[in-house]
Design a protein around this ligand. Structure first.
Ligand SMILES: Nc1ncnc2c1ncn2[C@@H]1O[C@H](COP(=O)(O)OP(=O)(O)O)[C@@H](O)[C@H]1O
Ligand SMILES: [Mg+2]
Length: 280
């Protein structure tokens, strides 16, 4: 809507996990390097955790691009309300296994054959599970068993479990002990620091065609950071709404009043808003 007004070629603050807008913060860089390393060196289980909106799915999308570029097959499971039967069906579908997708035995047989074949060529395959914190025990147990397949050179299937911090807490429970012990690599995403928040905003704007952004002055960037607590998804919503407000007012530079209005509309809950409420 405001693209032409600001001279942009695309929408800078989309909520989709698009690698084209990737900002390589040190922690995102490290998480991606770990995911790639874990798959390449056949570590078996890799866990990626972080609060909602910190960039987990975006990291998984980057990993998918990497795997595609290296002809490494993968299955991507993102619907966490799955039964074990549906899980095997999805795996068979993604790996294009030549078997009846509704028979667990056939899927396991075909998967094993495919993985051994890959291993013989000194290659591997990956299973990526997003929103893993929501998976039922019986599905996680099937995943754990898939992680047992190995030959003398390492695990046959590399399994990435990505989820909110509840995933860590879930794995602490005794019934998940066996799975927890198998996790060879752990990556965690945190919120951005203040300087990362402004670099993040500048990076997204520049990818959308606006170099050397002046839409968000330094003091506004700091205040955006404080109010969003450095969570990328929240930063996107705030910035998108602020640009829309600025456009409606035909202003090229955002102001604190605009940020107040947007924070209010989005019902942002940040420290001083609570103090203000108490005072009111
Ligand atoms: N490092 C990053 N670079 C660019 N955009 C990011 C980054 N981290 C998060 N985002 C953006 O923030 C939003 C939320 O990210 P997402 O990957 O969906 O988070 P999560 O899966 O952890 O909830 C998306 O719009 C995504 O593009
Ligand atoms: Mg996600």
């Amino acid at each position: 809507m405001y693209k032409a007004f600001f001279g942009l070629i695309s929408n800078p603050f989309n909520l989709s996990p698009d690698p084209a807008f990737l900002f390589r913060s040190p922690q995102h860089e490290e998480a991606l390097a770990n995911l790639i390393y874990g798959v390449q060196s056949r570590k078996g289980f890799i866990a990626l955790t972080g609060e909602v909106g910190t960039g987990k799915t975006t990291m998984l999308e980057c990993l998918r691009d990497h795997l595609d570029a290296h002809q490494t097959p993968f299955a991507f499971v993102f619907n966490s309300r799955l039964t074990p039967e549906q899980f095997f069906e999805m795996v068979a579908y993604d790996f294009e296994l030549p078997c009846s997708r509704t028979s667990k035995t056939e899927v396991l047989f075909a998967l094993n054959a495919m993985l051994l074949d890959r291993a013989n060529q000194n290659r591997t395959a990956a299973l990526i599970v997003d929103e893993a914190h929501n998976l039922d025990w019986n599905v996680l147990e099937e995943i754990r068993l898939l992680g047992n397949l190995e030959n003398r050179r390492g695990k046959l299937l590399q399994i990435i479990l990505s989820g909110q911090p509840e995933l860590d807490r879930k794995l602490e429970q005794s019934e998940y002990r066996q799975l927890r012990q198998r996790i060879a690599l752990r990556c965690r995403l945190r919120a951005f620091t203040a300087s990362e928040t402004s670099q993040y905003i500048a990076t997204r704007l520049s990818r959308a065609g606006l170099r050397d952004q002046k839409v968000f002055p330094a003091d506004i960037l700091l205040e955006i950071h404080r109010r969003t607590e450095g969570i990328p998804r929240v930063i996107n919503s705030v910035c998108d709404n602020m640009m829309l407000t600025a456009f409606a007012m035909e202003r090229r530079v955002t102001t604190l009043e605009m940020l107040d209005e947007v924070s209010n509309d989005l019902q942002l809950d940040y420290p001083t808003s609570r103090i203000a409420e108490l005072r009111a």
